[in-house]
Design a binder for this molecule. Structure first.
Ligand code: SF4
Length: 382
């Protein structure tokens, strides 16, 4: 499929999905599989085979890769040698820039300083640490395998291993977490002085255990909103830019890889269930790990679905993704989408009057209050 589609952007991102987890968290709806050594070994061979198959395309030497993101699952369950082999294979098949941002999502219990040093030698230069909370009881309830002390130890291990670009993931709106607990958690993590912070509100996806069974003790909506504002003001006081709905960075540390998604840039994808986007075509790999492995072992790219968006869908997507970011989008895009759609124009006026959407010279962007309600606007834009 990649053979017929030459990228239109100057460079690409690359996402690698590592699906294994030692335990399934209650809120998780990602494409995961139980960790097991033989399955991991087969997966490592399969993902490198997929890179071999994709890498035969004629344009690969011409289009550089500017970022690589290993997400999961728990990519930090990969042994250092496997991490090194996977990244080497990608470099051999594609033109990875020497200064490419290379991020690995790590769970605190699965990393040590020695392992992180080896990841660094393999070329990893950014760590995204899945802390989620710093209260042992809350972490246990979430189904996480680490406690607060292990989270801190993992952060320190990343620093000792030489990582100068570490992101910490937190979750708000969690059951049993009051505003003061949340404030304490944010304060604790900010005191570690990470370069980047991602904070997601809990959502009960139907694909998760909690989505199916329900969960007690969820905070009321106004309490969740209060937690959002607490984070916004504390992050600002510590010098972070709130540069995307759920992401905060010190100047110069925005995630290059994720900005590719939000700017509707192009990216390759490897691994079970991974989704890629090149030349206006979006594809997704097969999700079940054994089937994914069988496909690549048989010498076939493991593509499951493939879609080309209509011009209208592409414009809506460009708007929705672009409005997630603090820089916003050209106002002309919104104008084009609203042409002939009186209902949408009324909604845009309402958003502007409420101070949720701001027109600034020739651009339009959401405010921090607008971020909170952005899902409603995004539905209108579809
Ligand atoms: S939240 Fe992360 S660690 Fe937990 S099951 Fe999902 S992918 Fe695995």
């Amino acid at each position: 499929m990649l053979a017929d589609r030459r990228p239109v952007t100057a460079s690409l991102g690359a996402y690698i999905h590592a699906p294994f987890c030692a335990k399934r968290c209650g809120y998780c709806a990602f494409n995961t599989a139980p960790w097991e050594p033989a399955a991991m070994a087969r997966y490592v061979r399969a993902v490198m085979r997929e890179m071999d198959l994709a890498g035969t395309v004629a344009w690969t030497p011409d289009v550089p890769v500017h970022s690589i993101f290993l997400g999961g699952g728990t990519p930090s369950l990969l042994a250092a040698d496997d991490m090194s082999a996977i990244l080497d294979r990608l470099r051999r098949r594609f033109r990875v820039l020497h200064d490419a941002e290379i991020t690995v999502e790590c769970n605190p219990e699965s990393v040590t300083r020695v392992k992180l040093e080896a990841y660094r030698r393999a070329g990893v230069n950014r760590i995204s640490l899945g802390v989620q909370a710093v209260d042992d009881q809350v972490l246990e309830r979430l189904g996480r395998l680490h406690g607060a002390a292990a989270a801190r130890a993992a952060f320190d291990a990343a620093r000792e291993a030489g990582f100068g670009n570490v992101s910490v993931d937190l979750m708000y709106g969690l059951p049993g977490v009051e505003r003061d607990d949340w404030r304490h958690g944010v304060e604790t993590v900010l005191a570690w002085a990470p370069e980047h912070l991602s904070a997601y509100g809990l959502s009960l996806d139907p694909g998760s255990l909690w989505g199916a069974s329900g969960v007690d003790g969820l905070p009321a909506e106004d309490a969740v909103v209060a937690q959002y504002w607490t984070l916004v003001s504390m992050a600002r006081d510590h010098g972070f830019e709130h540069y995307e709905v759920s992401n905060y960075a010190r100047p110069g540390y925005r995630s290059r890889h994720n900005l590719t998604y939000w700017r509707r840039g192009e990216y390759l994808a490897f691994g079970p269930g991974a989704a890629g986007f090149v030349a206006d075509v979006r594809w997704a790999n097969v999700k079940p790990v054994p089937r994914y492995c069988s496909e690549t072992e048989a010498g076939r790219l493991p593509v499951d679905t493939c879609e080309r968006l209509t011009d209208r869908q592409a414009l809506a997507e460009r708007l929705i993704l672009g409005l997630r970011v603090a820089d916003g989008v050209p106002a002309s895009w919104l104008e084009e989408r609203a042409t002939g759609d009186g209902q949408l124009r009324t909604r845009i006026d309402w958003w502007q009057a409420r101070g949720l959407l701001v027109f600034d010279n020739d651009r339009v962007r959401l405010t921090e209050e607008g971020y909170l309600l952005s899902d409603a606007l995004f539905i209108d834009l579809l």
